[in-house]
Design a protein around this ligand. Structure first.
Ligand SMILES: [Zn+2]
Length: 405
């Protein structure tokens, strides 16, 4: 009998550890799978191996206590500027951008999309310089301008807006190039939007629009959102107020309402100058919440009101957006928007990109670009970030062994 028991125990010890790690007792929010409850999550190799009410601890090499924490898919930030290292000053294909790894894992972000830093001409350089060298998953929206976001003289050059060449590079880099960007155009023509949509149509990917200088007479916002963009295209900087998103009477522009009905996507793109409370508060009070929450990370936003993905998410929490929705807008919604549906969820077999977050209660302040401060009593912080099953950030060493003398 005793021998049989020993054999059984030995057998369990050998075959039992089918998981590398189990996150135990965290509150899982996984919009794709409709989970908003306490669950155990098991990782094996670089994938999610199980999500269940109870996973046997004996089956895991390591168990991490996640009680009191939120366990979500790794966050996805679809508007960032990370094409740096070229040495070009005053350029988002250069010094205005930042290396992603310094800004992502510490706030639960595992995937970023560079929004138009490079165009078809300099995408190979971006890929070599940043995409291939980063631990963060870096994806790209190609600028419709072949030279990318190198400054006004490039970005206003209609002759360098080649839908054919842009689509060709996008199609040759499927799964890395996930969208087309048009931005910063100062002229009154529709050319950049039309060519971006043509490229997006050829490559079957969405277009993200920064609508540039406001020209309400020649290219009004309502026409962009109800006529020019396709369902699934993305309007970023939705709370900037720079292009009549909010009317003088305090109501949302009819184009915003109609655009959303047609399936146009609305994205935050906070940035250094694209989020003000005088627009965000009336719009959100009218029920106009973002589909996706993104930072517009660059050197002008990182130390201003934006700061990082979790700070922007915390702003929306304090504005009254439910946590479940805030997480969805930073995980599953952006994954769908860029058609990368293996990301942004905790399905079994999905890449084990996970954010373990703490919802702190206290007295906090959140600023906008007009210099106003909003007080808040909740703030998300990051405890652990897993990228492909590896704990790449672990604030309090929850995945480590305790030091013992
Ligand atoms: Zn931007």
């Amino acid at each position: 009998m005793r021998l049989l028991l020993a054999v059984l125990i030995a057998g369990l010890a050998c075959s039992g550890q089918e998981y590398d790690l189990v996150l135990r007792g965290g509150h899982v929010i996984d919009a794709k799978n409709g989970i908003d409850a306490v669950r155990d999550v098991a990782l094996k190799g670089n994938v999610i191996a199980a999500v269940a009410e109870k996973i046997d601890a004996a089956k895991a090499k390591r168990v991490v206590d996640a009680k009191g924490l939120y366990v979500t898919p790794g966050l996805i930030d679809i508007h960032t500027h990370v094409y740096t290292g070229t040495g070009e000053p005053h350029s988002y294909a250069g010094d205005n951008s930042v290396y992603p790894d310094g800004f992502t894992f510490r706030v639960g972000v595992t995937t970023v999309v560079d929004a138009g830093g490079s165009g078809w001409r300099n995408f190979p350089d971006f890929q070599e310089r940043v995409i291939r060298r980063s631990k963060t998953r870096v994806l790209s929206m190609l600028n419709i301008v072949g030279n990318g976001m190198r400054g006004g003289k490039f970005e206003n050059n209609q002759d360098d807006m080649d839908a054919e060449a842009t689509a060709k590079v996008a199609l040759a880099n499927k799964g890395v190039v996930v969208g087309i960007k048009t931005a910063h155009y100062s002229g009154p023509e529709w050319t950049p939007v039309e060519r971006a949509v043509a490229a997006g149509t050829k490559a079957s990917i969405p277009v993200m629009v920064d609508f540039g200088t406001n020209h309400p007479d020649t290219r009004p916002l309502v026409d962009l959102l109800t006529k020019k963009l396709r369902p699934g295209d993305i309007y970023t900087h939705m709370y900037s107020g720079l292009r009549n998103e909010l009317l003088d009477n305090g109501q949302p522009n009819a184009g915003m309402i109609e655009g959303r009905k047609r399936g146009v996507i609305f994205d935050v793109g906070h940035g250094g100058g694209s989020f003000v409370y005088k627009v965000a508060i009336p719009l959100t009070k009218a029920g106009f919440w973002p589909d996706s929450i993104s930072t517009d990370l660059h050197i002008g936003s990182m130390n201003a009101g934006m700061k990082d993905q979790l700070n922007v998410m915390s702003k929306f929490l304090n504005l009254g957006m439910p946590l479940k929705q805030v997480i969805a807008a930073s995980t599953w919604n952006p994954a769908r928007e860029i058609k990368q549906e293996t990301l942004g969820n905790l399905s079994v077999g999905a890449p084990a990109d996970i954010a373990v977050l703490r919802l702190e209660k206290g007295n906090f302040g959140f600023t906008d670009h007009s210099g106003m401060r909003m007080k808040g009593n909740q703030k998300l912080t990051c405890e652990i970030t897993f990228r492909d099953g590896v704990a790449v950030y672990d604030l309090n060493g929850l995945t480590k062994d305790d030091w013992k003398q």
